[in-house]
Write a protein that binds this ligand. Sequence first.
Ligand code: NAP
Length: 248
Amino acid sequence: MTRALILGGTSDAGQLAAEIARAGIDAVYSYGGRTRAPADQPLPTRIGGFGGVSGLADYIRCETITHVIDATHPFAAEMSRNAVAACAETGTPLIALERAPWAKAPGDNWIEVMDVNAAAAALPESPAKVFLAIGRQHIAPFAAKPQHAYTLRFVDPPEASLPFAADVIVSRGPFTLQSELETMCARGIAWVVARNSGGEGAHAKIDAARTLGLPVIMISRPQLPQRKRVESVAEVMQWLGHRTCLGA
Ligand code: NAP
């Protein structure tokens, strides 16, 4: 009997949960607990960390999980590494549902860097208006360049004080080219810092930067251990042994 665990927190995971529920497959959807009001899912849901590799391995055993689908964000590297290790420990099949990274298009002016520290280092020394579109847990390295005027955008209002003064936008999106152009123009943004998340939802800021001729410091995805990886819900359904009418 199949019993799947979806490591979620992304729109792709939500689409997968909907398809799994439609197919009548027994499954649990897991949220990390970072967002205050996570979207409802059509599956039984649990929230919060498992307690590292051993906690996840225990969960897999206790809940008789037969398949794990890592549909976390491409930058949720700790969870993804833990999933590889816990699945190896328990002998549980694992698949990652992960959208392709964005590729540079003509007109893009990207400075590609390995991580958030390198992104902060890549900013100029002279004061500039910078849009940091990277999530609140990653902003600390930018405190080293306090000469810049930062605009931050979060899903929830920040609970703790920020490591530097900033103009904070609280919004869940969706963002369009038009709304991103308005955000950037209204604040006179000269630099954009983004992570290469992939997908369509977050791409509007990259389109806006291209339209405005702005440089983008693009943070590459973290390196992860070898694992089976697909880009579509249909491929996951196939892996679970179910046919679907979704295009792969
Ligand atoms: P992370 O750094 O890779 O994970 C840190 C710890 O949080 C993990 O070791 C695990 O705790 C717990 N965790 C993360 N995802 C979990 C999940 N789906 N279910 C149960 N526990 C989870 O992850 P993160 O970057 O903080 O992301 C947290 C969540 O937000 C993920 O679900 C991710 O898909 C979602 N998200 C992240 C981003 C992003 O930019 N990183 C963007 C959009 C959505 P234990 O070790 O205790 O098990």
